[in-house]
Ligand binder design. Structure first.
Ligand code: 6R9
Length: 644
């Protein structure tokens, strides 16, 4: 079978980029020779430890790892105080762009003062080291300020994405036993005011949460109900608190945050991350993968703080690295489809980190939109969240990166805490569609179903062989589920749940979640591969493929496709696309049905929820869609499928 995703062409880093890169080829060897020694060295180099550690890794009770356990540090101190003490207090930490066009800049000294005030206020509310605080905020500076204030106090935050429902918020508050909720009246999205506070009121209305206090940031000024004795305005309390706060130092394994992530089924898992190891690998990947140059770079990670990418590469990574970063509140098409590029031009962004789904949307809108802006400040591009199809990769490289910016396709998970597989941009010639190699100090394999043999050329399962510093320390309050989900399939080996294969150069290509691998008449087909073939057709803007139960073939390939403007929704077009896939990949991959739809169901982190499409394809009632960015999408899809 031919492979439509394979790209023979590679892109060597520009010589100046390679020469100036922070990390060179020798890092791979050093990481492989002695991974514990390697990570100890990175940690001492990149993290300010208040007390040095004597033991690097304690793996005496797998899968429960401890890294740098007897060291002491404060994560917020590493993000703030140390930069101010080093004389960089005047450097801009955050350039905030509000959706309506307002903007706000915070230097490191100002951010330290804001975080100190918030820490003092949380202390007044009784928050102590070891407690949990729920954060339900839009993408405004107070989200980062709140996270860092918790870290400063040694309290763990549980950020709940602002697009989640009151129910989702309530169950997460209860599971984490949060005492305080930090929220806002609302925010601006798509040119409109959205509200958040009513969802908090509803979540707390059952009286079954341990929440004692709610802090409310005023963002839009809309009317909100304030419950006496429970709710207080941020501007009445935090703003009046003292801007002085002395950081205490905590154990390396002190919990930093819990972040809930939905499994394919069942209740969301509270992924637990701790401090010293997490910060070490987040900082190392800032340096190695993002080639962070804090004096000159302007970093923009477009992810929401409600997602792990917003934790590691908005709240912690860029700040711990002392960089200037951009935070944007709203949607890419407000007030028009050039908004992102206007932000890049205005802020002279050097490093842009985004999801493939956003790139494909921009492709659909057309390259004349970014062409109107000066994007020459960009020097490095990143991709995260799902496999980036080679078409989108090339477009990103050419249209956004002007052909001169390396692209780092970064594979990682909420569970891994930071990048695991990604090219070092100054070292490897990058390959459209491949995340390529584990970063130095990380050891992965692609194995067959038994776990005993390397997978063949058709691919297999991705596993991680050794513990890594930013690995999850468990599932909150559920050690059994932690073992069962990740460590039971293969002994002492982390099972990631992703399908992958290696090409002849040893480079890794992701094939989607294992649950997205289809089996049609005994042939293994990847959803990602067929989607890539569809997206490569000039009529297609976006595609999602699922395997639906089929009497004859076991599973049948069903495709949901968004066509580009000007192409009509007709049986002829659907048939042409079927034939196209057959031609590109092989007749076996030809979708049984192609549904042309106007939207695809996506989470706010940009992942297509194939599970829901599968429900449609198998004529079932659509399952839980509460994590969708826009829950009305499923009705639109069901309606267009019914018509076709
Ligand atoms: C960071 C993040 C994790 C899952 C992961 C995989 C998919 C993420 C990817 C990628 C291929 C990449 N994924 N990045 N697949 N190439 N560069 O996305 O965390 O929300 O926990 O999702 O996302 O399937 O297992 P999370």
């Amino acid at each position: 079978m031919t492979d439509s995703t394979e790209a023979t062409e590679t892109f060597a880093p520009p010589p100046e980029f390679a020469a100036a890169a922070n990390v060179k080829e020798d890092a791979y060897e050093r990481g492989a020779a002695d991974f514990e020694g390697f990570w100890a060295e990175q940690s001492r180099d990149l993290v300010d430890w208040n007390e040095d550690f004597t033991e690097v890794l304690d793996w005496s009770n797998p899968p429960f790892a401890k890294w740098f356990a007897d060291g002491k540090l404060n994560v917020a101190y590493n993000c703030l105080d140390r930069h101010v003490l080093a004389g960089n207090g005047d450097r801009v930490a955050i350039n905030f762009e509000g959706e309506p066009g307002d903007s706000r800049s915070l230097t490191y000294a100002e951010l330290l003062a804001e975080v100190s005030k918030a820490a003092n206020m949380l202390t007044e509310l009784g928050v102590e080291a070891g407690d949990r605080v729920a954060i339900y905020l839009p993408m405004i500076p107070e989200a980062v300020i709140s996270m860092l204030a918790c870290a400063r106090l040694g309290a763990a935050h549980s950020v709940v994405f602002g697009g989640f429902s009151a129910d989702a918020l309530r169950s997460r508050i209860i599971d984490a036993e949060a005492r305080v909720v930090i929220t806002a009246d609302g925010s601006y999205r798509r040119g409109k005011e959205t509200s958040l506070k009513p969802a908090v009121d509803e979540a707390l209305s059952h009286g079954d949460t341990p929440v004692e206090s709610v802090l409310v940031v005023r963002r839009t000024g809309q009317d909100v109900d304030m419950t006496e004795g429970r709710d207080q305005w941020w501007h009445d309390t935090v703003d009046n608190a003292s801007p002085e706060h002395e950081a205490e130092f905590f154990d390396a394994e002190n919990p930093l945050f819990i972040l809930y992530t939905s499994g394919t089924t069942g209740k969301p898992k509270g992924i637990l991350h701790t401090s010293g190891g997490y910060l070490t690998q987040v900082l190392y990947t800032m340096k190695a993968v993002f080639d962070a140059k804090p004096e000159t770079d302007v970093f923009w990670c477009t992810a929401d703080v409600g997602w792990v990418t917003g934790h590691s590469y908005v709240a912690y990574g860029p700040l711990a690295a002392g960089m200037t970063q951009v935070i944007y509140e709203g949607t890419p098409d407000t007030p028009d489809q050039g908004r992102w590029w206007e932000i890049v031009e205005k802020n002279k962004v050097t490093t842009l980190y985004a999801a493939p789904t956003a790139i494909r949307t921009f492709m659909k809108w057309g390259e004349d939109i970014p062409a109107k802006y000066d994007l020459t400040s960009l020097r490095l591009l990143g991709s995260v969240g799902e496999p980036i199809n080679p078409e989108a990769w090339r477009w990103y490289h050419r249209v956004i990166g002007g052909g001169r910016c390396p692209i780092v396709d970064t594979w990682w998970q909420t569970e891994t805490g930071s990048h695991m597989i990604a090219p070092l941009p100054g070292v490897l010639a990058t390959k459209p569609g491949s995340a390529q190699r584990p970063i130095p100090g990380i050891s992965v394999d692609v194995v067959d179903e038994t776990g005993e043999h390397p997978a063949g050329p058709e691919g297999g399962l991705l596993v991680i062989r050794q513990p890594w510093p930013s690995m999850l320390r468990g599932i909150w309050k559920d050690p059994e589920r932690f073992k069962e989900t990740y460590w039971s399939r293969f002994e002492d080996t982390y099972f990631a749940g992703d399908g992958a294969r290696r090409d002849e150069d040893g480079d890794i290509w992701f094939l989607g979640r294992v649950d997205d691998v289809m089996n049609v008449s005994g042939h293994r087909l990847s959803t990602a591969e067929i989607e890539s073939a569809l997206v490569a057709h000039p009529s297609v803007a976006e595609a999602a493929v699922v395997g639906a139960a089929d009497d004859t073939s076991g599973q049948a390939v069903i495709a949901f496709v968004i066509v580009v403007d000007g192409v009509e929704n007709s049986p002829e077009v659907a048939e042409e696309l079927r034939q196209h896939v057959g031609k590109e990949i092989g007749p076996i991959a030809k979708p049984k049905r192609v549904h042309i739809v106007s939207e695809l169901p996506k989470t706010r982190s940009g992942k297509i929820m194939r599970r829901l499409l599968k429900d449609v394809a198998e004529n079932r009632a659509v399952g839980d869609s509460t994590t969708l960015a826009d829950s009305s999408v499923m009705e639109l899809i069901e309606a267009s499928v019914a018509k076709s």
